[in-house]
Structure formats: structure tokens, C-alpha cells
Design a protein around this ligand. Sequence first.
Ligand code: AMP
Length: 223
Amino acid sequence: MAKKLHLILMGPPGGGKGTQAKILEDRYGLVQLSTGDMLRAAVAAGTEVGKQAQALMDAGALVPDEIILTMIAERIGEPDCANGFILDGFPRTVPQAQALDTMLAERGAAIDLAIEIRVPDERIVERITGRFACAKCGAGYHDKFQRPKTEGVCDVCGSTEFVRRKDDNEATVKERLAAYHAKTAPIIPYYQEKGLLRVVDGARSIDEVTRQLSDVVDAAVAG
Ligand code: AMP
């Protein structure tokens, strides 16, 4: 049976974690767990969590660890996670990383790889402010780097409606980057010390980053 992989994709906002997680999901039969997507769903549904998270997300600040950990603990207990998962946007603080280790240990599991998609700050604003997604299927696009093949029509599902994230504006991106450097970057040495860190060059094209990631994951599977 295939190895049940537990992967983390790390890196700055707009660095390609979500795009790559979706590609790896199909390639390795894993599920993508994005705490950002879960929070946006909670905001859209008007739940208590959504109400607590919304203002923080709009300001580019992190949502408190307790909220995130409750959400993720529930999610990884669901049946579709039994064959392995890719974490995208979580953990985002060292306490989240420690709690994740405890949570997985209780299930007899552990993180196999924590991969940093490294992108310099100066590339981030351009990447984030140009991105949009299909309103129906969620396929991701970019004004400059990845336009739909037919203008105004989703390549995947044919929908003609697109959405942009409220927090994908220049002012909020700066706050999100500041939060990344202050609170999230310290998880990189945390995984390095455990021997689980791998780094790929996220400034390359989508295909090239996928190739680097696949090499890293294939090596882990073979090992
Ligand atoms: P993302 O979609 O990963 O860019 O996340 C969007 C926003 O959701 C972030 O700017 C935070 O406000 C919040 N968020 C997502 N994941 C986390 C997390 N693991 N810890 C704290 N806040 C989070």
C-alpha cells in the first residue's frame, strides 16, 4: 500500500502553497487542508468562528491558535484524511506546530516532510494582487502569470464568474508578510532541527516548482 504521507507546505502568503497543494493532492492521492479556506468558508457561512476570524483576516493578522487548533483537530479526524494530507497555511506559529505534533502522535502518526517554498518578499505583492479564482470550482488564475485560456471563461468548469480575495490587496499583503516573518518563519528552524525541512525555489514557474516538489516527495516515498 502507498505510504500515508503527512506533508506541510510552508512559505510566505502568495508563495504558491495553495496552487502546489492542489497539484500534489491529485498526484499523490492526498487531501489538501487549508486553514485559510476553512476560515473563509466559516466567514461565508456566518458561524461563530467566522465572526471571530473575519476582522483579523481582513487586517492581515493571524487568527488565535486555539481557534485554528480546534478546527484542524476536527478536520484531521475525518475519514478522508486517513490516507494522508498536505497542510497548506498551517501551522503558522511554533505553538501550532507543537500542538500538531501532539495531535498526530496521539493518532500514531507524524509529519513526514515540511517543505518551504521560498520566495523573496519583493515578488509577493505582484503575485498576490494579481490573483483571482473561479467562483464555481475554485481554480486559481493570475492577471499576468496564468490567465484563463479563453478570456473570461474558467478552463476547468466553463464558469464565467470569478472572485478575488478581500485580503489580496497591497496594504493587507504587507501586514500578512509582516505576520509571516514575525510569527511563522520560526517554524522553519523547528522542522529543520527535526531533520524534516526541505526547501524548493518558489520564484520559478509553477511547473518548475511542481517538479522540485515532486522530486522531494518521491525521495521521501522511496526512502
Ligand atoms: P491563507 O489563505 O492561508 O492566506 O490565510 C488567510 C488568512 O487566514 C490569514 O491571513 C490569517 O488571518 C488566517 N489564517 C489562516 N491560517 C491560519 C493559521 N494557521 N493561523 C492563524 N491564522 C490563520
